[in-house]
Ligand binder design. Structure first.
Ligand SMILES: Nc1ncnc2c1ncn2[C@@H]1O[C@H](COP(=O)(O)OP(=O)(O)OP(=O)(O)O)[C@@H](O)[C@H]1O
Length: 264
């Protein structure tokens, strides 16, 4: 546990990591993990050394998205060694527990596991660590926001009003703990018919733009609802790897470029 100053933990860096970017959503299932992995792979495509840390202790998604499993090896100095695929280093609670064993833990055990994931992983001098946050604004999010020196946070939302109301809660939390907001990503924002190429805004079109404007935030990108994004993710090969030159990867690379513009 880091030292306390005036009752608050001192914000720390993660050993072996230069910059930390959080990917967050206040509501579950909006596509946060899919955005995290594809943006991490895009940062890598743009020449950075990147890792991804999955701190969704109760529903880790990164092992499946990277088609990785098995326990991490332990280094000589007792640290967890990341598992890698597609050139990306990764660490997740999913490697430490068997998928068939649900996590039923007391609060203290959760906090201990979180400390291990945050500070006991031997990353190899990364330019960027993308942190896939759990949905919501609970204990894990608060601990991370208070203990880590975070360079910026991305909020993923869908255009439905209900997700937007939740997104506002996430914005408020990051403002409270002085984490710079890089912007909003609007996921499943529209659907392009594969036959006639007609673009429909199934869930409405103006919500995220309105919220972004109200909170003086940039919209980093709008990602369509697309079958390939879903099937490739399920197959453990995110689109930035499986279809690097297809227009379906472009929004993720654009988001990564905007992140670099803000943080470099
Ligand atoms: N743009 C998209 N088009 C189609 N399917 C998508 C898109 N983005 C995400 N999905 C699919 O939606 C489902 C949920 O995505 P994901 O797991 O990334 O969400 P999440 O917000 O991280 O969820 P959780 O809150 O459970 O962690 C997955 O099956 C994923 O493949």
């Amino acid at each position: 546990m880091p030292r306390m100053s005036k009752g608050l933990p001192i914000k720390q860096k993660i050993p072996g990591v230069n910059k930390i970017v959080l990917v967050s959503s206040a509501k579950g299932g909006v596509g946060k993990s899919t955005v995290s992995i594809n943006v991490a792979l895009s940062l890598q495509k743009l020449g950075k050394k990147v890792g991804i840390l999955d701190v969704d202790l109760f529903g880790p998604s990164i092992p499946k998205l990277l088609n990785l499993s098995g326990e991490p090896r332990i280094s000589e100095n007792g640290k967890l060694l990341p598992l890698s695929n597609y050139g990306l280093e990764s660490m997740s609670m999913g490697y430490l527990i068997k998928p068939e064993n649900p996590v039923v833990w007391r609060g203290l055990m959760v906090m201990k596991a979180l400390q291990q994931l945050l500070f006991e992983v031997q990353w190899s001098n990364l330019d960027y660590l993308v942190v896939d946050m759990p949905p919501g604004t609970g204990d894990t999010q608060l601990t991370i926001s208070q203990q880590l020196k975070v360079n910026g946070a991305i909020i993923v939302t869908t255009p439905q009003d209900i997700a937007l109301i939740d997104a506002v809660k996430g914005i408020a939390m990051f403002n409270k703990v002085d984490i710079p907001l890089l912007g909003l990503v609007q996921n499943m924002s529209h659907y392009i018919c594969p036959n006639c190429h007609h673009e429909s805004h199934i869930f409405g079109s103006k919500g995220a733009e309105r919220e972004a404007k109200n909170h003086d935030l940039e919209i980093l990108g709008s990602i369509p609802l697309n079958e390939e994004i879903c099937t490739q993710s399920d197959a453990g090969k995110p689109v930035v790897v499986s279809s690097p030159d297809s227009p379906i990867s472009d929004p993720y690379v654009d988001i990564a470029r905007k992140v670099l513009n803000q943080l470099e």
